[in-house]
Every structure is written in C-alpha cells, then in structure tokens.
Design a protein around this ligand. Structure first.
Ligand SMILES: Cc1ncc(COP(=O)(O)O)c(C=O)c1O
Length: 498
C-alpha cells in the first residue's frame, strides 16, 4: 500500500467502524499496527502527518497524534524532528508474523508437551477438587477458627505496618514466630530445638521439598511408608528421587532385612499417627530406625501432621525428641490445627543444618508473609493457639464418637475400622474384592467425598480396599444423614458381590 495520505486514509476509512463501541483511537491504533505487521505499510515508509490524516479521516488531530505517539512507544514507528514519522525497520511483534498466511496448527497434546516427570505428576495426581464437606479427610472445621481474635491482631499489625514485615522474609521466617514455636514444640511435642533450628515454610509440602532438595540428589533412594500420603509422594517423585515404598505393620514402617541391607538417603515416616492407617510407631521400631539412621548416616523426616488431636490419651512424644544423633528432620503445619489455607508450616533441623535450610528457603521460594507470621506468633504467645486446639480436640472427639456409633449402628462389626484414636479421619475397611475407587466415585456422584484407601498404596497388589472418612469438618447433626447416603452406595457394592 502506498503511504500517500489518500491511499492510506481510504484503506483506514473502509475499516473504521464509527458505530462500534470501540473508540476511534483504539481502532486506528489496531489498524495501523496490523498494517505495519503485515507489511501493508513497508518498513522505512513515511506515514502522513497527523494533520493530513486527521483531515482525510475526519477525526480530531489529537486522536491521530496520540495514536502515533503510542505506536512510537511500542516501537512500530519512529519520529525524526522536522522530517516526519516513519515505519520502523522491524516491528516489535514481527517475529510472530510471516509473509505466508499462518498454517493451521493443531492444538498441542498436553500430555506429550509435558516433561516426563510433569506427565507422571499429573497422571498420578491425588488432589481433590473439593476441600470440605462430608467426609473430606484431613480438613479441620474451619468455621470454628477464632476469627475475631485473629482479626484484632491482624488489624493491630496493619494499623502501622513495620516496613520489615512487608518485605521478603529473611531466611528462616519471623523471629517471634520461631521463638513461640520453639516453646510450643518443646512443651507439647517434646521436640528438642532452639528457635534458630526452626525454618518457617508454607506447610509440610514445602518443608519436605526443601529437605529433599538439600539432603538428597536426584536418583537417590528415599523410603516412604506404604501406604502413605499421596501429596508428599508427589513432591519427592517430582524431584527425581527414587522412591521405595516400605510396607507398614502394626508397629509402623517395617523394612525387611533386604531393605535394611540397602540404606536409603532419607526416609519419610509418620510415627505419631501413621497416615492413613493411624497406628503409632512402637518404641522398639523408633529405636531401631534411629540407630539404623545413625549407623548409615541417613535422614529421617518425621511428618507430625496432626498429632495434637489424640482422643482418650495424651499426644505422643515426637521421634525427634528421642534422637541423639541429629538424624531427624521434624516437619509440622498449622493446616490442621488452625486452617489449611493459612499455609504456614515449619521444619525443625539439626543445628548444623539450620543456616543452610534458612538460606535455601529464601533462595528458592523468596519467602514473605511476615505480617501473617507476626500475627500467628502473637496468637500463640497470648494462648489462643493452645485454647483453640483444646476446644477442637473436644469437638472432633465428639464427632469421632458420633461417627463410630453411626458406623456401628449400620454395620455392627462386619466392617473393620482403623485409625479411630486420633486425627481428623478414620478408615473404614471394605471386604477384599471391592473396588474402593469405584465406591468413592459413586459416593462423589451422591455429593459425598471419601478417598479410596488403595490409592495410598504404591504396591497395588498389597492394597487393602477401604475408605478414608473425614469427620472433623462435618457438624455432629449432619454425620448420620451423610453416612446413610454413603452406606447406600457401599451396600450397592456389597450386594454386587453376593
Ligand atoms: C500426612 C500428611 N502430611 C502432610 C499433609 C499436608 O500438609 P500441609 O498442608 O502443611 O502441606 C497432609 C495433608 O493432608 C497429610 O495428610
């Protein structure tokens, strides 16, 4: 196209839609961009003066001037004082365009676009679209969170926020929170630590990611319990670690002599409340693991995700508290004690590793949320945290009792229950041969969320069928009706076997 004012203005005039909602300025800008990108307006060509083009198009001169200025900022045209405005030699987005009309490109096949580990992560993903309601396992009753107290503390910090609380977190997190946590963990969980040994994270997922990255190299062997929580399995797998699933027995993780002959770099255990089956690791097994780890210099990551909620007996002491060799990395979270969306957790590491963990956390994740951490520190120091736990322990204990009574009324002792002594869920075992995934899918169709126990096993042939039933987030009075719906689904599968 010639850049003679009349030719260009005819071309533009045909395309400007004066009835459109889009302002003339925006239309003109887009049309000139398009003309330059498709080389309708050749590189180096002089464009008409704003006065001339405005007159030809019958638009305000200011409009054209503004469009030219915008095109100049974007690099489509350049102005030479006294000589006029010229199309730039190469337009900014030119690389996206070709002389030939674009060939039809098939939409990418996402599975083959992902990396091998990305595809494995997505194919094996366990995360649920629903995160509450009957009977979502692992979720506390968030409606009971003392939001008024939290809001008061929050408002206090926001009234005159200290600049230090609004910037990136120094490695390790908020110092007040680390002190408050050290006191809490010492007294409530028998964890032996100083504040400096604590690194605040966004939760157990991140703590384990950090530990895996700092303590193991890709290809190293990691032991996980079988069954175990799918989330941490995914975190470890995606780091390129070689996961070996070690079956659990009534005393916890139970490595065979052959397993013990090939020590891992790191093992991940849930000693206070095996996830998801609920047993407590025996003293003998704890001693054996600690001694094994000391001898072979391997790391034990202790996931202490919900041991505050033990009904009928006091919470059990941590494995970390028994460790004299500095082999245990202890991870915990406020996800169950306060609310999951808070995304604050912590990792307690041996003194010699503290500085490295703090630096790596700041280096990798560029941590922040210091104001939130300051609020939490004060929430703990003022005693609100322990009172909330005490109240929730009573509430979840009642719900657990209602749940057990409801199951017993429906099934007597024909279906076994595991893990009812602690935590936020229990496991209802199903007879062998029942497809627990199909049961969970059918329950979801009835708006009931349960998780199939077999999904937590790495060795599928060993997998027992069963359902993880979370009761903590279901009001007492809704438990029986929701379970009735679930039982209707279960019965359909039980009858199908007869
Ligand atoms: C055993 C276990 N560890 C860790 C987590 C997740 O912890 P966080 O939310 O702090 O990442 C869960 C969540 O359900 C869990 O069951």
């Amino acid at each position: 196209m010639s850049t003679r004012a009349s030719v260009l203005s005819d071309w533009l005039a045909q395309r400007l839609d004066r009835a459109s909602d889009q302002p003339i300025y925006r239309q003109l800008h887009r049309l000139l961009q398009q003309a330059i990108l498709t080389r309708e307006l050749a590189a180096g060509a002089k464009v008409p003066s704003s006065r001339l083009l405005a007159a030809e198009l019958g638009v305000g001169r200011n409009t054209v001037t503004q469009v030219y200025e915008q095109l100049a900022i974007e690099g489509y045209v350049s102005s030479a004082t006294g000589r006029g405005t010229f199309v730039a030699d190469s337009a900014p987005d030119e690389i996206l365009f070709d002389d030939a009309p674009p060939a039809a490109v098939a939409p990418p096949d996402m599975q083959s676009t992902l990396s091998a580990r990305g595809a494995r992560l997505i194919t094996g993903a366990g995360v649920s679209k629903r995160q509450g309601g009957a009977f979502m396992p692992g979720v506390p009753d968030v409606s009971r969170f003392p939001s008024r107290v939290w809001n008061r503390l929050h408002a206090k910090y926001w009234r005159r926020p200290l600049p230090d609380l609004l910037t990136y977190a120094p490695g390790g997190g908020h110092s007040g929170l680390r002190h408050a946590l050290a006191d809490y963990l010492r007294t409530s969980r028998s964890v032996r630590c100083t504040p400096e040994q604590i690194v605040v994270t966004t939760g157990i997922h991140q703590s384990i990611d950090l530990a895996a990255r700092l303590l193991a190299d890709s290809g190293d062997t990691i032991w996980t319990e079988d069954p175990c929580y799918w989330g941490v399995r995914s975190v470890l797998q995606v780091s390129g670690l070689d996961l070996k699933a070690i079956p659990v027995d009534a005393e916890g993780i139970a490595p065979t002599p052959a397993d013990l002959a090939a020590p891992p770099r790191l093992m991940l255990v849930t000693p206070s409340h095996q996830y998801p089956l609920g047993m407590v690791m025996s003293l003998a097994r704890r001693r054996m693991l600690l001694e094994f780890a000391r001898q072979h210099r391997c790391w034990i990551v202790e996931d202490d995700y919900d041991s505050e909620f033990r009904y009928g007996s006091r919470p059990l002491a941590s494995l970390q508290g028994m460790d004299t060799g500095g082999q245990v990395i202890y991870v915990g979270s406020f996800g169950k004690t306060l609310f999951p969306g808070l995304r604050i957790g912590y990792v307690v590491v041996p003194e010699a590793l503290a500085e490295s963990f703090a630096t790596a956390s700041a280096e990798l994740y560029r941590e922040g949320q210091l104001l939130q951490q300051a609020v939490l520190a004060e929430f703990i120091e003022q005693g609100h945290f322990t009172s909330h736990i005490r109240r929730m322990r009573v509430l979840y204990g009642q719900r657990r009792d209602v749940m057990l009574a409801t199951i017993a009324a429906r099934y007597g002792d024909t279906l076994a229950i595991a893990g009812g002594d602690a935590g936020l869920h229990l496991v209802l075992k199903l007879p062998h041969g029942i497809d627990d995934r199909a049961v969970a899918a059918a329950a979801l169709a009835e708006n009931i969320v349960v998780r199939p126990l077999s999904g937590y096993y790495a060795h599928r042939p060993d997998a027992e069928p069963g359902l993880l039933i979370g009761y903590a987030c279901v009001p007492d009075e809704e438990i029986a009706a929701a379970f009735e719906t679930l039982a209707g689904v279960i019965d359909g599968f039980l009858q199908g076997r007869d």
